[in-house]
Ligand binder design. Sequence first.
Ligand code: FPP
Length: 254
Amino acid sequence: MTEQADKTGQQQGAKGVLHVAIVMDGNGRWAKRRRLPRHAGHRAGVKAARRTVEACVALGIRTLTLFAFSSENWGRPSAEVQQLMALFIDALNQQVPELNEKGVRLTIIGDREQLPADLVRQIEESEAMTADNDRLNLVVAVAYGGRWDIVNACKGLARQVADGELSAGDIDENRLAAQMQLAGLGDPDLFIRTGGDSRISNFLLWNLAYTELHFSASLWPDFEPKELEAVVGSFHGRERRFGKTSAQVSGDYA
Ligand code: FPP
C-alpha cells in the first residue's frame, strides 16, 4: 500500500487490493480468430473494459487504470488509429452517463496535445461530469507512455526550479511522484496484462516499482470478472516485502 493511498483514505485493510492496472492486449488476435476486422476486436475490448469496471466496483477496488492507447500505438496503420480515436469518443459518449450513475470517477492520463480536438472535448466533459464521484477511480491511459510520463514530470520540476519555487537539491522521490500522471491515486498494487506476453510495454514505469505482476493468456475481449476475482484472490496470498525481510513484514521481527 502506498503512502499516497493512505493520504487519500483509500484504505481497505492491510492486504486489500486498492489499485489494479491492466494492459488490455489481444483484441486483434481475438478478431483474427473469428475472421473479423481488427476493429471488431477493439469494440469487443470496450465491452470487456465495461465488465471489468463493474467487477472492480463489486470487489471494492478503489482505482482501476486501463492502458487504452500507448505513445507507440501512433505507429499503427492510420486507419486503425483513426478507428480507435472514434471508438474512444463513442465509448465515452455512450458509457460515461451510466458510469456516472454508478459513482465512477473518470480520469484520462496521457499526452492530450497529441489527441484530436473532438476527443479532448469529450474527455473534458466526461471528467467534469464524474468529478465528484468516489466509488471507483477509473483511469484510462490514452497517448500514454511511461517514459513520456517521467520526462513530463522532470519538466514540471525543472519549471519549478527555473521559477525559483524549488532548489535542485530539494528534488526527491516524493516531489517527482507528485508530478507524475497518477499523482494522488496511489501506485498500482496489482498489474495484469492479458494476451499472453510477459512485458510491461512502457506502462506506468515509475509507479510499478513494487507492484505485483500477473500475466494472463486470455485475450482481452475474453477476460471475464471471474478471472479478475481469481487473480485478486491469489494476490492476497502474496507477501509484499517492499525490500524488507519476511520477518519484518510479518511482525515477527524484534
Ligand atoms: C491491444 O490489442 C489493444 C489496443 C491497442 C486498444 C485497446 C483499446 C480497447 C480495449 C478499448 C477500450 C477502450 C476504453 C475506452 C477503455 P492489440 O490490438 O494489440 O491486439 P493484438 O496484440 O492481438 O494485435
